[in-house]
Structures are given as structure tokens and as C-alpha cells.
Design a protein. Sequence first.
Length: 430
Amino acid sequence: MTTVFSKTMYQVYGYGLSDPTHPAYHTFQKPWAGVLIMFMGMTWCLVIHETNKKKVAKRQAQAALAAPLLGVATSHAEPGESTWTVKSLFVFAPAIADLIATVLMYLGLVHITASVYQMLRGAELVFAAIFSVTFLKRKLNRVHCLGIALNVAGVSCVGLSSILSGSGQKEGETVNNVIFGMGLVVLSQMVQAIQLTFEDYFMADLNMKPMQVVGLEGMYGMVVMAVMVLPAVYFLPGPDVGDRQENSLDSFELIKSSNGIAMLVLAQMGAMLCYNFAGMCVTDNLGAVFRTILETTRTLFVWAVDCVLFYGFPDTGLGEGLTKYSYLQAIGFAVLVLGTLVYDKGDWVAARRAADAAAAATEDTPALPPTSLFSLDDVMLTSAPGASQPMAFSTPMPAYFNPSMSLNAHSLSRASYMSHVGSLQQSVSP
């Protein structure tokens, strides 16, 4: 719904400021303001994070009070450290990357349809794979490469269908503008892949909750947009009212004059909150693969809603209609979905090979006596070469040195086995 709300917001009219080239009654084409709205919605994830943390702390406090009465051992796990720690500053870098990527996406969305925009976001998989190999030194198997090839083919089909149909947001949208918009969206996916690589490399050991990270990114992005970016684009020359890159005063006037725009702004913030919260819940309970499948069906949902808006409310000018090249877009979408599923299959193949390698290494581990870990007959270390007298124990036998103790040798790893041998050697002296 976030894509639908963003695109629809660009197409709704309201009364704002005017100049000789811009009438007072015009559409809310404000991509920079849209970025601020998105970050405001993400910031609400901090509220959910803090609320959940307080609930956990309360439950632990109640359990601690009840434990002495019930005779149950209490857990000393902390409910979570404060959100405002030095670690939270590390989120600033991915927040800036997210800001840049979102600006590029929203600028591109002005020139292309919502369905094409959503499908082109599948290019993120290609860039993420490239950066993981280049910077994280990960290896891709043949199934991964096949998934990437299918993904590239799908993105190409979607882009070709958009160019051939000339599908843009408004009448008179040139093919060059459509190509420019698609280029911005693809470039944004490269920036987002850089963001994911950064988070994977630098933030894996920070032990921060996903909702906390999303909320901090939203807060940092909102502050940067409000304090630096929006004032900068207000004074830069551009195509907006007053010959500015984006007139924020005009944005406020449009929101005040149109209940439709105001409702879409609130809906967009709520959708961003629900999207991130639901995404975390799906990943935690159903797994990342299931979430990936849902992400692909999200594209189909955007396309369906746009068609309903176009044919169900023809007088509004909202949504997008089908063209003679829509079949090519549908083929591209199907190939994109297939590529994503094949790439996920490559992850499964890599994990299976790693498990097989670990099992093979375990089979090469020297076997231990099946009945006991060690016995007195096992310790016949001599004091000198050729000597027949065993060494005397200078310390009591360790606890594990018990002939009556039974242990399955196959349950011990090679490291555990060598640790026991080392301890045994240290417990005897000549």
C-alpha cells in the first residue's frame, strides 16, 4: 500500500501557491516531501520498540516477585538496554543511505507507473549479490547465478514494456522521461544494496532489535530532511512553484486545502509503520523466505489496485490502464518472481552443502572407547623411552576420569576430545 499511496498522492489536486507558469490548482508532486513523510512513519517504530521493552521488563519483574513463592529459579536476562546508546549512532550511516535511495525512488516514481516502479525494485537482489561477493567475500553457487540471470531478464522485460508503451504518470510524458525515471529507480536499488551490505558488515554484532534499527533510521532521516534537505531544495532552482526545486510552503498549502492529500499523508505514515512491523513479525514467525514470497505478491497487488483505480474511477485520472505491451510486463513480473525463488533456493543449497561438509568432518573424528571416556588401562604413559613402569598420578583423578561413567563417543566433537586428552596429560607427572 505504501507504493499505491505515494503514487496516488502525486496525482491528487489541491490549491497551493501559484506563479505565471503554475496555476494555484495543481497536483501534489512533492517527492522530497514524500521522503520526509516516509521517515516520519518509520520513526513510530521506536514507539513500538519502547512499548515492547517496557512490557518485557514488567513481565520479568512480576516473575521475579513470584519466583520465591513458587520456588522457581529466576532468569537474570535484561529486558534490553537503552535505545539511546553509542551503538545507536552507527545507524546514522545506513539512515543516510536509505534517505538517498528513497529520494531517487520517489523522483523516479514521478515519471513511471507504480507497477513498473515496484517491479524495478527487484534489481536490488542483483546489486546485493554483487556487493556481497565484492566486499563480504561470499561465494555464489550456480543456483544463485541462475536466479540473478532470471532477475536481470525480468527487470529488462519490465523496462522494455514501459518504454514501448510510453507509460508515465501524465499525458505527454516523453520516453526520455520514462527512461530517466527507471534509471533513478534502478540506481536507488544499488544504493539500498550498499545500505544492506553496510548493515550486514558493520551492524551484525551490535545486537539491536530490528524495530529499533528501523525507528532510529526513521528518526535520523526525518531530522536530516527537515533541517538540511528540505531547506536546501527550497532555495535551489527547479521546476516547482516559484522556480524552486521543491517549494515546501506550497506543500503545506496543498495539504491544508485538500482533505484527500492530508488523508493520504496520514495513510502513508501509517502504512510505513504497519509495513515494517508486519515485516518483522512475518520474518520472526514464518521465516525470511516466506517474506520474500510476500514481497513478490506485493507487486501484483500494486498492479491490481492501479487497474481498479483506473477502470473503476475513470474520472479521477488515478491508477494505470492496460496497454498492448502489458503482456510483456506480466512476463517480466513472472520471471522476476521465478528469479527470486531460484536465488532463495541457492541459499538453501549453500546451507545444505555446509551441513554436509560439517557432517563429513565429524565422521573423520577419531572414535573414543564406547563404554567409558577413559579407563585405567588407557593411561600407561611411561617415564622414559623403553621404561615399563607407568607414571604416577600427582593429583587426584578428574571427575570425568571415572570408569563407571558411560558416554557416547560420537557425541563429542574433535575439539572436546582433544581438550579431554590435554587435561589428562596435565594431571599426570613423571
